[in-house]
Design a protein. Structure first.
Length: 447
């Protein structure tokens, strides 16, 4: 695969409805902000980044208008630095560690500066310099084309290895392409990073599912090592009476169909079940697509919600409503038309462990013509069970940290299938560390 564009539907209407959550800096804004940086010698911002981008270094290069040098500093640590500049929870990572906060000042806008440098890099062609390394004979396969596999593949390719990324879906990028709300990260911006990785010599196979023990044995015969970057599976099913209705759409499917499928349809009254970051993304997206009323239903209290605080504040600004301590019990449709009409819930009281206890006789119905469950993803147990000798516990692959090696020395793993679902930047860090360990294992065998 070269740098040819991936096929996507016309996204002009999507772009209009989903303007950037954090608008890009203009050149003078970026220069002014970069000059605020104190260039700390101990750089707590760098330590707070899972990929340990040298933040003072890339910002200093912006002040001298060496934008390519700034971008390469970022990409040397994080090959998906452009995506991460948009989706990382910088408030609790790099910017949250900025020393200016100790002086009651605004932290440096590290995420937006990172985006500025990389936007300029891609506008100039977005090609990485090829490192002068000797080509190696070993071949490595990466299953899944999400952030962990992409980071692993890029690092190995830059070290001279032949790498093939195998993906069951038509497009690469994983949740960056399919599952992150458009106002944070557009699909074309995710795909341009993959095109850059393809220019390193990484090969891609799309529409190929690895599902059986036979599929895995074939990979083992052809490749010297296999990286599992398979992420998580489909979202947990909503097990309620009436939940099989056609207008019950899980959050990831809802986001994917407008991001990559061009389907902008949404209900007028939408209810989202769950209060994690994906639930917030889906609720905000429903509002931007034209829903008049969007309500998030959560069985616990506001203080228990797993979404980041800034995501919650954003949802309130979008006009999303919240029903706390409400447990869904049934989905109701019109007996004549078959149209979805409401979600029935029961009020609950808070128990000591935070789990709500249903209050008898407190049932109520929330009108809705579209219901979006966002209650977490299930692990890919079927595939993991076929990985002979790869230990897993509670649906997560067990690895040796920090190498990423599994209990089967031929397999390495990283990303959501290991951590259960964290940030993109964590997956990138996992993939790169595994690549370093894979390379070291082959190099040790040569010694």
């Amino acid at each position: 695969m070269g740098a040819a564009p991936f096929a996507l539907p016309d996204n002009r209407e999507v772009a209009r409805r989903f303007p950037d959550l954090h608008p890009a800096f203009h050149s003078q804004e970026a220069l002014t902000e970069a000059n605020r940086c104190l260039n700390c010698f101990d750089a707590p911002c760098t330590a707070a980044c899972p990929t340990h981008i040298d933040v003072p270094r890339f910002i200093k290069k912006i002040t001298t208008q060496n934008l390519r040098g700034s971008a390469l500093t970022i990409l040397d640590a994080n090959i998906l630095g452009a995506s991460c500049s948009r989706v990382c929870p910088v408030d609790v990572l790099c910017e949250g560690a900025c020393v200016l906060l100790e002086y009651n000042k605004q932290p440096i806008a590290i995420g937006r500066l990172q985006r500025y440098a990389l936007d300029q890099f891609f506008q100039q062609g977005g090609r990485l310099p090829m490192k002068p390394v000797e080509k190696r004979s070993e071949k490595i396969a990466c299953i899944g084309a999400g952030p962990a596999s992409l980071a692993c593949a890029a690092e190995l390719a830059q070290r001279g290895f032949s790498v093939t990324v195998i993906e069951k879906r038509p497009l690469p990028g994983g949740l960056n392409t399919y599952g992150v709300a458009e106002y944070k990260l557009r699909a074309p911006d995710s795909l341009r990073e993959v095109a850059m990785i393809g220019e390193l010599g990484v090969q891609f196979q799309f529409g190929v599912s690895i599902e059986t023990e036979g599929d895995l044995r074939a990979l083992e015969r052809e490749y010297g090592a296999v990286f599992l970057g398979i992420g998580l599976g489909s979202m947990h099913a909503l097990r309620l009476p009436g939940a099989e209705h056609r207008d019950v759409v899980d959050a990831l499917e809802f986001i994917a169909r407008y991001k990559t499928g061009g389907n902008l349809e949404v209900g007028n009254k939408v209810v989202v079940i769950g209060a994690g970051n994906t639930a917030i993304d889906a609720a905000n997206a429903a509002r931007r697509l034209g829903a008049a009323q969007v309500t998030i239903v959560y069985r616990r209290e506001e203080r228990d919600m797993p979404a980041f605080g800034f995501e919650y504040e954003h949802a309130k600004q979008e006009g999303v409503l919240f029903e706390w301590l409400a447990q869904p019990v049934a989905v109701h449709a019109d007996s004549v038309t078959g149209s979805l009409v409401s979600l029935e819930c029961v009020r609950s009281s808070r128990a000591e462990d935070g789990v709500g206890i249903a209050v008898p006789g407190s049932n109520f119905c929330l009108p809705c013509d579209m219901l979006i469950p966002a209650i977490g993803q299930a692990p890919l147990l079927a595939l993991l069970e076929q990985c002979r000798g790869v230990a897993a516990a509670e649906g997560r692959v067990e690895i040796d940290r920090p190498s990423g090696r599994t209990s089967n020395p031929k397999y390495y793993a990283g990303g959501d299938c290991v951590n259960g679902g964290r940030e993109v930047v964590d997956a990138v860090a996992d993939g790169k560390r595994a690549a370093v360990a894979i390379a070291a294992s082959f190099e040790a065998a040569d010694a």
